[in-house]
Ligand binder design. Structure first.
Ligand code: NAD
Length: 263
């Protein structure tokens, strides 16, 4: 299927590693010009090199901390200076820390809110005038299965990502007439380098094989495996495509069947 995004301009937030990088790769392979960002200059350059190997269009790497409003505004300004506009926005960020209600003070709650909610608000606010005037836009937020099925020790993720879903649904209804779609992707366990190193650490601590820890983690996953980050990237590329133009306001679970809800 031709996704119809050749030559489109895509910003993928928090994309030097993991799901963000995988999403950037898929968009780049499909011919989009891709802007990646990360806080760490060295990681950013490594990702840029990796991306350029598969990219048909251009790649622009810009240092940006997505918790900083000024960084977000500057990244979008630089993108527009270079490419002229933005067609596709993928809102991604690192996950908030794991823990229970008693573990977090106000500061921790506000930090998670800035990282996982305000980053999306600020990116959307900045790109929306461009998308509205060109009557074409795709906004895709990376959330988590926790929006449908809370995970016990992830109270920050369980709570704050729900605000992203509310934001996306509201905007989806208001922006459809501008040919702008707003959707979420809810990944389940995904074997990114971060998850790989968590599994390795746990395996070493317990003196067991890597596969044993993965097996335990995916016990509740009908597919009996974790996702490869590219599988989340595929879903991003599809929702960003011309072909997905009539899909808006949805949360697409890419979780190997982990969430058991029927609807
Ligand atoms: P990751 O830690 O592997 O990658 C996160 C990326 O974000 C890195 O490139 C990091 O440099 C960047 N980043 C983090 N904080 C940033 C900041 N303030 N500014 C700019 N860049 C920043 O994470 P991942 O596993 O790819 O997950 C991506 C998102 O998906 C997270 O929100 C995570 O909670 C969520 N998620 C992940 C999984 C999973 O199993 N991997 C499952 C469900 C949801």
């Amino acid at each position: 299927m031709d996704l119809g995004i050749k030559g489109k301009i895509a910003i993928v937030a928090a994309s030097s590693k993991g799901i963000g990088l995988a999403a950037a790769k898929k968009l780049a392979e499909e011919g989009a010009n891709v802007v990646i960002c990360s806080r760490n200059e060295e990681n950013l350059r490594i990702a840029e090199t990796e991306l350029k190997k598969v990219s048909i269009g251009e790649v622009l790497a810009i240092k940006c901390d997505v918790t900083q409003k000024a960084d977000i505004e500057s990244l979008v300004d630089k993108t527009v200076d270079h490419f002229g506009t933005v067609h596709i926005l993928v809102n991604n960020a690192g996950g908030p820390p794991a823990g229970y209600f008693e573990d977090f003070d106000d500061d921790a709650w506000f930090k998670a809110f800035e990282l996982n909610f305000m980053s999306a608000v600020r990116f959307i606010r900045k790109v929306l005038p461009l998308m509205k005037s060109q009557k074409w836009g795709r906004i895709i937020n990376i959330t988590s299965v926790t929006v449908k099925q809370p995970i016990d020790n992830l109270i920050l993720s369980n709570s704050i990502r729900m605000a992203v879903v509310g934001l996306a649904k509201t905007l989806a209804l208001q922006l459809a007439e501008y040919n702008i779609t707003v959707n979420n992707i809810a990944p389940g366990y995904t074997l990114t380098s971060r998850v790989r190193s968590l599994v390795e650490t746990r395996a070493k601590e317990r003196g067991v094989e890597f596969e044993k820890i993965v097996e335990e983690l995916v016990k509740e996953v009908p597919a009996k495996r974790m996702a490869d980050p590219s599988e989340i990237g595929n879903a991003v590329a599809f929702l960003a495509s011309e072909a997905a133009g009539y899909i808006t306001g949805v949360t697409l679970f890419v979780d190997g069947g982990y969430v058991k809800a029927t609807l």
